[in-house]
Unconditional design. Structure first.
Length: 366
């Protein structure tokens, strides 16, 4: 491996033993990408993905790498900047096994292409010579993106927030006519009920906290159900996880939209509320900036403002379950060591209590 590679292969016994297993896995798939390994074996392969395999996979679909591999900050998938022989770079995303079907991933890619065709500033997956955007190499599924530059948006800048609002409105104009068949819904059952049930069954939730958690979460999700059922909102195709980390602000003073991995069907406010924070006065000002821009291209249904706190509640519940579901992945236990401590659950339960109070507060004004 060239010295310029920023990932190093560990020589400790644990990783070495995993690489022996991975050698066995690699022995049973053909170079054309067909594999007979099961889900558990694919998961081990994903968790022990090394630079040699990354570069081999990318070379296999026609891009010639120069040996530079740099890991980016991603836990759900494995994402890397890859150096190419011509001096340029691209971004490779290796998908976590068993999370999305091929159909779901390809539907995400098709949505991105549809947005880009309408001049939305979306960073779309690259296509290989045969027109494919989703690639397979051994036990790995991956896609490639052009490397994009930019900076984080300024969340207290009214002009930037208005530009974000305009961009999301244009996205939603297309999303309102684009129906997902294989992507999930933004709803209480998936994000709330399934997440809470997983946590209640998890050994990571301390026994002495389980009863408290169950009592709070039952009441909390009943209220979220009631509030979301009370709003007759329209469901459209969305980015689904649109937060400041999924924007790069370009030198031309416009946003580039990244990472549609959680594309879903749900209410328009899902793609806006994560830009709203702070005390009530500050939050209303930021909401106003976003919606002023949004309404230039698409009329926003102001009833959806009532969904902000229910959606925030679902995100808090789902976030805890997401870590618990991934706990056996060493990357998660390293990144979130506090999750196994009683203090985390004290703080998490307190945040749920605070959300219960927030659900009783009046809507933000626009």
């Amino acid at each position: 491996m060239p010295a310029s590679c920023s990932l190093k292969l560990s020589s400790d016994g644990t990783i070495a033993s995993k690489r022996v297993l991975l050698h066995t896995i690699n022995d049973i798939y053909r170079p054309d990408g067909v594999t007979n390994i099961n889900e558990d074996e694919a998961t081990v392969a994903f968790q022990t993905l090394d630079p040699h395999q990354i570069l081999d996979a990318i070379d296999s679909v026609g891009w010639q790498c120069d040996g530079r591999v740099s890991a980016l900050n991603s836990y759900e998938n494995r994402v890397y900047t890859i150096g190419l022989d011509d001096g340029n770079s691209l971004v490779a995303k290796f998908y976590r096994p068993a999370r999305w079907s091929d159909e779901s991933i390809l539907e995400e890619h098709t949505f991105c292409d549809a947005l880009a065709e309408r001049d939305l500033p979306v960073v779309c997956p690259l296509k290989s010579a045969d027109g494919s955007s989703l690639h397979t190499h051994g036990p790995f599924r991956f896609c490639l993106f052009p490397k994009s530059g930019g900076r984080a948006p300024e969340l207290d800048n009214p002009q930037q927030l208005a530009a974000i609002g305009r961009t999301i409105a244009r996205l939603h104009l297309i999303g309102a006519t684009h129906t997902f068949e294989h992507r999930p819904f933004i709803d209480v059952d998936r994000l709330g009920e399934e997440s809470a049930n997983f946590l209640l069954d998890s050994p990571l939730l301390p026994d002495d906290q389980a009863g408290i958690y169950e009592s709070i979460i039952d009441d909390l999700l009943d209220e979220v159900h009631a509030q979301m059922d009370n709003i007759n909102y329209r469901e459209i195709s969305l980015h689904g996880d649109f937060h400041p980390g999924n924007i790069l602000w370009g030198n031309d003073n416009s946003p580039q939209l990244l990472d549609f991995d959680d594309a879903a069907t749900g209410p328009a406010i899902q793609d806006l509320w994560m830009f709203i924070s702070g005390d009530r006065r500050y939050a209303e000002a930021r909401l106003g900036d976003l919606l002023d821009g949004y309404n230039e291209f698409r009329r926003f249904d102001e009833r959806e403002i009532a969904l902000i706190e229910p959606l925030r509640t679902l995100r808090i519940v789902h976030y805890a379950a997401w870590i618990a579901r991934r706990w056996e992945d060493p990357a998660f236990s390293r990144a979130f060591p506090f999750f196994a401590e009683a203090r985390f659950w004290d703080e998490h339960i307190q945040s749920l209590r605070e959300q219960r109070s927030a659900l009783n507060e009046p809507w933000l004004n626009y």
